[in-house]
Design a protein around this ligand. Sequence first.
Ligand code: NDP
Length: 329
Amino acid sequence: MVIAKAWVLKKHFDGFPKTSDFDLKTIELPNLKDGELLLESVFLSVDPYMRPYSQWQMKEGDIMIGTQVARIVESKNPAFTVGAFVVGNKGWTTHFISDGKDLQHLPSSWPESLPKSLALGTVGMPGLTAYFGLLEVCKMKPGETVLVNAAAGAVGSVVGQLAKIGGCKVVGCAGSDDKVTYLKKLGFDEAFNYKTVKSLDEALRKASPDGYDCFFDNVGGEFASVAINQMKKYGRIAICGAISQYNDSVPQKGPYVQFPMIFKELQMEGFLVSRWNDRRKEGLQALLKWVVEGKVKYHEQVTEGFENMPMAFIGMLKGENLGKAIVKV
Ligand code: NDP
């Protein structure tokens, strides 16, 4: 019999998550039935969406939601061979049983030399978010100026690099000087530390005096309120995330968007990457090709040990990650 370890939500988060909000449980897994597989998680993802989703979609005592790269340990399903790696959606658990329907194979052209953890980051959901958000929501065109915040993170770092591949000027901001150095290494034209600038308004103006055609917003709140006023006429704003607000107990007010929206004739659209689930293969193949060619670079913040999942999650929300935050079991 296999005993899985799993992190459950002990208490709904009140403000910023604390390690005491989580509980580590053991679960005895039953023997496999025909058509089923036993999998072990090798890499687990910690993502910002877990914070708001836990409030809406989870009860106290539920296993924390999330995805993993898992190895097949035992198979009673001919479509899945032992030893193969897949992406699962079974939450913060070391082992799990699946009938295979909810598993995604890694693209068949995945090179042996590439870390499989990238299937949770640059060549996974965050990479797809950057890809579809830029192409379908921002509708970026060569020669335009793209602004992205949380730019050194999983989504933002891909946004900036894809915008460069698309022939745009890219401005990014992040919360530390090391992250700013990293953005410059990735090829961002302008980058600044939003925590240390005297005035965000001035920093954005200095980075692009003519304003912005596209704004890929991962942060919301105060940043978005300032940036919206620096959009060019007919600019497009992709509302991807609002991480500055996820831990608020009392909702923030504003911004009041009507004036810039009307007089600059802007388009602002919220989106979830799942809208393009039917084009997942296209997106993953494009991202994998760029990574293999070295046109899209990646960094992973790997926390060792399943027991450290809550710490890795909290650290990511605090901005301790450079690139994609991953836990290696
Ligand atoms: P990241 O890897 O970017 O990690 C989160 C980062 O957010 C931190 O490193 C930190 O970087 C930044 N951050 C935290 N708090 C604040 C704050 N108060 N103000 C500004 N920045 C802050 O995460 P992801 O790339 O996975 O996600 C980025 C955003 O995209 C999130 O909002 C997420 O919810 C959203 N998202 C949306 C999807 C969709 O389908 N719409 C899919 C995937 C992600 P720093 O040091 O720079 O502050």
